[in-house]
Design a protein around this ligand. Structure first.
Ligand code: SF4
Length: 247
């Protein structure tokens, strides 16, 4: 049976462990990382909805085809759903994503009183901007954070994907039963509030890269892991004494 992580016992030790892991993983994977997108926030939102449980390459193909077939978001909103489904067939569950994307676009048009590019979200405090997005059916914390951080808005909101979530759990930054959705608030609270978008992005990317390149779902490579000293899960796997909370 896989060992379980010892969750940090208090907020200060959790924060210290998160920041030490940040430092080590940023050094390991070469931060600062370049932002991969310059999409406007509405385009980033749709892209994030397409990417749910889909490989990057496939969701990129679906996004490109959608933009080719329907050059404006109003055209996507008003198109026959079957045509949207066909355009995004490269991603997983196009039959669910097509009507959801159209419903999101309709909801945004209704709230904005017409076409709207979401750039007004830059004027809101981040929690308000996130709440605005998450009150749209089908938009969760990962999508709202991705919209604010990855888009041209470049706001310091942190998404937590499955790799990031797994690494954080094994490091004991969150409990073993905390799901990806609730993890957003808990993990964001560990970051210094003055961090800018680049620092938040680096944190997310560093933990995500670590999940992809070392802390695999099956058989994590703990023996060559740069955060082994911080990781109770890895130490238990290797039969070492449990990680101490950092000073
Ligand atoms: S020590 Fe192992 S379980 Fe812990 S972060 Fe590293 S690879 Fe993952």
């Amino acid at each position: 049976m896989e060992p379980t992580s010892a969750v940090c016992t208090d907020f200060a030790s959790c924060q210290a462990r998160a920041l030490r892991a940040h430092e080590l993983l940023c050094a390991e994977y070469g931060a600062p990382f370049r932002f991969f997108s310059i999409k406007d926030p509405l385009s980033e939102l749709i892209s994030a909805l397409l990417s749910h449980r889909t490989r990057n390459q496939e969701s990129h193909r679906a996004y490109q085809q959608l933009r080719t077939d329907f050059p404006t978001w109003e055209e996507v909103r008003d198109a026959p759903t079957a045509a949207v489904e066909q355009a995004i067939s490269a991603c997983t569950w196009p039959e669910q994503k097509a009507p959801r994307i159209q419903a999101v676009l309709r909801e945004i048009s209704t709230r904005c009183g017409g076409p709207c590019d979401l750039s007004f979200l830059a004027e809101k405090p981040i929690p308000e901007a996130r709440a605005w997005l998450e009150s749209i059916s089908g938009v969760g914390p990962k999508t709202s954070a991705a919209t604010l951080l990855f888009s041209s808005l470049r706001l310091p909101a942190m998404p937590v994907d499955s790799h990031h979530h797994r690494v954080a759990q094994r490091l004991g930054l969150i409990g073993p039963k905390v799901g990806e959705g609730p993890a957003h608030k808990l993990l964001a609270a560990l970051l210094p509030p003055e961090w800018d978008a680049q620092q938040v992005y680096d944190h997310h990317e560093a933990l995500m890269f670590h999940g992809q390149k070392c802390c695999y779902f099956h058989s994590p490579a703990c023996g060559r892991c740069v955060v082994l000293d911080q990781c109770p899960f890895g130490q238990a796997r290797l039969g070492k004494p449990a990680a101490q909370n950092p000073a």
